[in-house]
Ligand binder design. Structure first.
Ligand SMILES: *Cc1c(COP(=O)(O)O)cnc(C)c1O
Length: 331
């Protein structure tokens, strides 16, 4: 796997840490749980989109773009980090906010919404669920061109094959750290949303001949749909890399934590966020990493993950949205 031939901007120095979670492991009575701290990636507030943007923004700069356009939910970490990358590179940034839960957008909302304002999005346009987002981005791009600018559109979540390379790189990082630590993991637990993270990891692990099983926890879609989305993107990412395509059987999605839907709270998410905050001082978020950790906890409790296993949990970030969920998480 030759990632070095792809243009890349660097937003993080070195590797993110892999740390043990001894008090969580003890609270659950096993497994031996470790955490990969991608919440500590670079750009404002960190999180998984930073790795994707290293490749996506490099491509935008190579095209001579002066304006990034992207789309996300009202508390989108991806929009926050795209805006942060734009600020870092001296680019402008236009956001399209998809109101996935009707009535959920409020201009006064704290969390990431406040950060969109603080980091100076050039525009923020709210569209309802069901809008053709690719068409909205084309309209936005046409407006930029009409004003004499050079737009570059980045898909929701940064989840195309180029963005997923960021997580192929993360897979290589985990394999290297695991070797360095002299320690192998039995399972990798990751949140699965727009699928670039899950797919990139699978493409990277397959390219490296690693047999580490990946347990994806869906935050939005049912298992069959999400497994299809992840596999399609993993195959396209492997094609871009010129490496073997992951098998469909390697794609495992657990959809038991979606609850009433994307970004809507569940008791298991609340328990997971509170448990990690109180017993490890680690801040998860309500939309992604809290539900992913709830999936890990449930799988340990019901024996799908054996208590003797050594499990690595990917912390994909998201804590900057926590203030917007304070009422739900307070108790
Ligand atoms: C976007 C996001 C995810 C999901 O990653 P995908 O690549 O979209 O599947 C997980 N956690 C956080 C905090 C995110 O912002």
């Amino acid at each position: 796997m030759d990632l070095a031939r792809f243009p890349r901007r660097r937003y993080t120095q070195g590797f993110t840490p892999i740390e043990p979670l001894p008090r969580l492991s003890k609270a659950l009575g096993g497994a031996d749980i470790w955490i990969k701290r991608d919440d500590l990636l670079g750009l404002a507030g960190g999180g998984n989109k930073t790795r994707k943007l290293e490749f996506l923004v490099a491509a935008a700069l190579a095209e001579g773009a002066d304006t990034l356009i992207t789309v996300g939910a009202p508390q989108s970490n991806h929009c926050r980090l795209t805006l942060a990358a734009a600020a870092r590179e001296g680019l402008k940034c236009r956001l399209i906010i998809e109101e996935r839960v009707p009535g959920s957008y409020s201009p006064e909302a704290v969390g990431n919404n406040f950060l969109f304002q603080l980091m100076g999005a050039e525009s923020l346009r709210v569209v309802p669920l069901g809008t053709d987002l690719a068409a909205e981005m084309s309209t936005e791009a046409a407006a930029v061109r009409a004003a004499g600018g050079v737009p570059h559109s980045i898909p929701g979540g940064g989840s195309n094959p180029l963005g997923a390379l960021g997580y192929a790189a993360c897979a290589a990082e985990v394999v290297a750290q695991s070797f360095e630590m002299g320690m192998s993991f039995d399972r990798f637990v990751v949140a699965s949303g727009s699928a670039g993270t899950h797919a990139g990891i699978l493409a990277g692990l397959t390219a490296l001949n690693s047999r580490l099983p990946v347990h994806g926890v869906s935050v939005r879609r049912d298992r069959t749909t999400q497994e299809g989305n992840v596999h399609t993107l993993a195959v396209a990412t492997a094609a871009l890399l010129g490496t073997p395509a992951p098998d469909a059987e390697a794609v495992q999605v657990d959809d038991a934590q979606v609850g009433p839907g994307y970004s809507l709270p569940t008791d298991a998410m609340i328990e997971a966020v509170q448990l990690l905050a109180r017993c490890e001082g680690v801040l998860l978020d309500a939309v992604y990493s809290g539900k992913a950790m709830a999936g890990l906890i449930a799988a340990v409790r019901d024996g799908r993950i054996d208590r003797k296993e050594r499990v690595l949990f990917l912390h994909t970030g998201g804590a900057p949205s926590l203030p917007a969920f304070a009422e739900i998480l307070r108790h």
